[in-house]
Design a protein around this ligand. Structure first.
Ligand SMILES: [Zn+2]
Length: 373
């Protein structure tokens, strides 16, 4: 198949968004001019959605969740596109530990979590149950791998080959996460594990967007100390310049406080060309509570984003929501931030950065699948 016919096929099959912006698409194997031809063809009605969501869990820690058609209704007319994934970990229900009390969250029990690879097949089948126009609103992500296993990259390759035309990223997966990392059966994940390097190398080779959760610091850290995982994380990011990496929650978490000039740390990363492939999402209500605590913190965050408007993405981090109000609670929590951003930065964080990164990932991943049939 010629390159042009391949691109046209992508367009015809609705793999490009039906309301595509004429932004610059970063792709490796395909000539930019030809993509613009394809993009021009795909360009249809203007996009009136308020936001895209780069961080969404359709299912929870016991692999239950919102049926995808219900979720489309919840997205409604406010949310355009969503990066779609489950949760790679299953909370074990141990009768010995909790009797008939079935846990639904990792904090409900001392029983361990384990990697649940079937999540990827489940997400793929949910996506495949939709028509093309509905599918165009989702960017499914592969999460069901153990990042401390040298075979993890092979799992990702196998999922792409089993479900071609579906996935455009990996994640959210976690390396260091409060209370979670130490609960997982088997070896504890590490930023220095060659298995993780294999995963990120493979994501770069294919063009998959990578959404990585890694707490920058340990829970309840003391103020003034260097965040314990920062040096290792920066080294990891530097080792993978060809991989598009979104650092989830800017490295914060429920009890991972921004104790040590958090925005200054982000600023240093953003201004360093060695990290030009690194982005941040501002998802999770537990993180929003820190970032927009006071008018002062909100203003500082807005100033940072206004200086680097192409490097931040909005995400909800909601898990299996029941209605639109709970789904978009985090978006509304950020209302003071939206007001302080320039119109350009606001549009970028809410929508354009998502579209630029995931459109490129769709094209690159489809091209990799074609070449590796
Ligand atoms: Zn997370």
């Amino acid at each position: 198949m010629s390159l042009l016919s391949f691109l046209l096929k992508i367009v015809r099959h609705g793999l490009l968004p039906f309301s595509y912006n004429l932004t610059i698409v970063q792709t490796k194997p395909i000539c930019a001019a030809m993509i613009l031809v394809a993009v021009g063809i795909a360009h249809a009605q203007p996009n009136t959605y308020e936001l895209n969501d780069c961080h969404f869990h359709l299912t929870n820690y016991i692999q239950e969740g919102t049926p995808i058609r219900d979720f489309l209704n919840i997205m409604g007319t406010r949310v355009g596109r969503v990066a779609l994934f489950g949760i790679p970990l299953q909370q074990q229900w141990s009768s010995r530990v909790s009797g008939d009390n079935a846990p639904t969250y990792y904090l409900n029990t001392d029983a361990p979590l384990y990697y649940y690879s079937f999540t990827d097949a489940f997400i793929a089948m949910q996506y495949k149950s939709l028509n093309k126009e509905q599918q165009a609103r989702f960017d499914p992500m592969i999460t069901g791998f153990n990042p401390s296993d040298m075979y993890a990259a092979d799992h990702i390759r196998r999922v792409l080959k089993t479900f071609p035309g579906v996935f455009s990223g990996i994640g959210e997966f976690s390396i260091h996460k409060e209370f979670v990392s130490s609960k997982i059966s088997g070896e504890v994940a590490s930023l220095q594990d060659p298995a993780l390097d294999r995963v990120l190398n493979f994501a770069g080779e294919v063009g998959l967007v990578t959404l990585l959760h890694n707490d920058m610091d340990q829970p309840f850290a003391k103020d003034g100390a260097e965040p314990v995982f920062l040096t290792q994380m920066k080294a990891l990011l530097k080792r993978h310049p060809a991989t598009t990496i979104i650092w989830a929650h800017t490295g914060l978490g429920r009890v991972i406080h921004p104790v040590h000039d958090h925005l200054g740390i982000l600023d240093a990363i953003l201004k360093d060309p060695a990290f030009s492939h690194v982005y941040f999402d501002i998802s999770w209500d537990e993180v929003a509570k820190y970032l927009v605590t006071t008018p002062v913190t909100t203003k500082a965050l807005a100033d940072l984003i206004n200086r680097y408007p192409t490097r931040f993405l909005f995400g909800t981090d909601e898990v299996a929501p029941k209605d639109q109000a709970s789904y978009l609670k985090v978006f509304d929590q950020y209302a003071p931030l939206w007001q302080l951003l320039s119109p350009e930065a606001s549009a970028n964080v809410r929508k354009n950065n998502y579209e630029r990164l995931f459109d490129a990932a769709r094209l690159n991943t489809r091209a990799w699948e074609q070449a590796n049939k």
